[in-house]
Design a protein around this ligand. Structure first.
Ligand SMILES: NC(=O)c1ccc[n+]([C@@H]2O[C@H](COP(=O)([O-])OP(=O)(O)OC[C@H]3O[C@@H](n4cnc5c(N)ncnc54)[C@H](OP(=O)(O)O)[C@@H]3O)[C@@H](O)[C@H]2O)c1
Length: 214
């Protein structure tokens, strides 16, 4: 490839330049030089290596900080977004600043262990899906789409991939939207979830990098 269409800063945090390690070790986290990182991203754009540059997992606070530094504002903020984690404040902020939001885990994410997926098991979404003869996945994806966001979702099953694209020729009603807006909120991805359970972080306030706004 000579260029990518979109290049994102994955998290507003930095790790020591060690061999990639996931989950990350807390002792490898170092304070982020946001100005330096963003200038390097802007350079990628100027060199034509990336058509657009953006961020992921940035809070409104982190975006505000970035906007004071940026010569080229981020085109995209990719964040956890679904009916169970609606991010209303962040969505409003991004809209006001012209930053496009992409939803990750729009179906509540992959649950390989016994944990219950609150999106796929939502009674509200099930009820709407039954009334509309759609699947719960389609209701969730349609809701994301109606927020003006794009989405990255995955399936290992061809029939589900097809089902997930069939959301563009119908819409939710006002009543559906109201019911969805009242779903109790539950955030799945946190910065702690990408760290090893052991180790200590003495250098960075982790609450600073987490997306905690409802
Ligand atoms: N920027 C970030 O920090 C960040 C963080 C997390 C994830 N992501 C990205 O977000 C994308 C999506 O993440 P994700 O796959 O974890 O979450 P997701 O798209 O919300 O969930 C995918 C899960 O839903 C199931 N599924 C898909 N379609 C379905 C349907 N129609 N009915 C029932 N189940 C269905 C899939 O199972 P089957 O395979 O069995 O169909 C899979 O287990 C990925 O590209 C990931 O890399 C980004």
């Amino acid at each position: 490839m000579e260029y990518v269409d979109l290049y994102l800063v994955h998290w507003p945090m930095s790790v020591k330049p060690t061999k990639p390690h996931y989950p990350m070790r807390r002792e490898d986290i170092v304070p982020m030089n946001l100005r330096g990182v963003w200038q390097a991203m802007e350079e990628c754009h100027r060199l034509g290596l990336s058509k657009m540059i953006g961020v992921s997992n940035f809070t409104t606070k982190k975006l505000q900080e970035l906007l004071t530094i940026a010569k080229i504002p981020p085109a995209v903020n990719q964040v956890e977004l679904n009916p169970v984690w609606q991010q209303k404040k962040l969505m409003e902020f991004c809209k006001e600043k012209g930053i496009h939001v992409t939803a990750y885990q729009p179906l509540g994410g992959q649950h390989r262990t016994s944990t219950i997926n609150p999106v796929m098991h939502s009674d509200v979404l099930k009820e709407i899906a039954e009334a509309k003869e759609k699947s719960v996945a389609q209701i969730s994806l349609r809701w994301v789409y109606e927020q003006g966001a794009s989405m990255v979702t995955t399936s290992t099953k061809p029939e589900r991939l097809k089902e997930n694209t069939e959301i563009f020729d119908w819409q939710l009603t006002e009543e559906d939207r109201l019911k969805i807006s009242e779903i109790p909120q539950h955030k799945r991805v946190s910065v702690l979830s990408i760290l090893c359970p052991d180790g200590v972080s003495g250098v960075v306030d982790l609450s600073e990098v987490d997306v905690v706004e409802v």
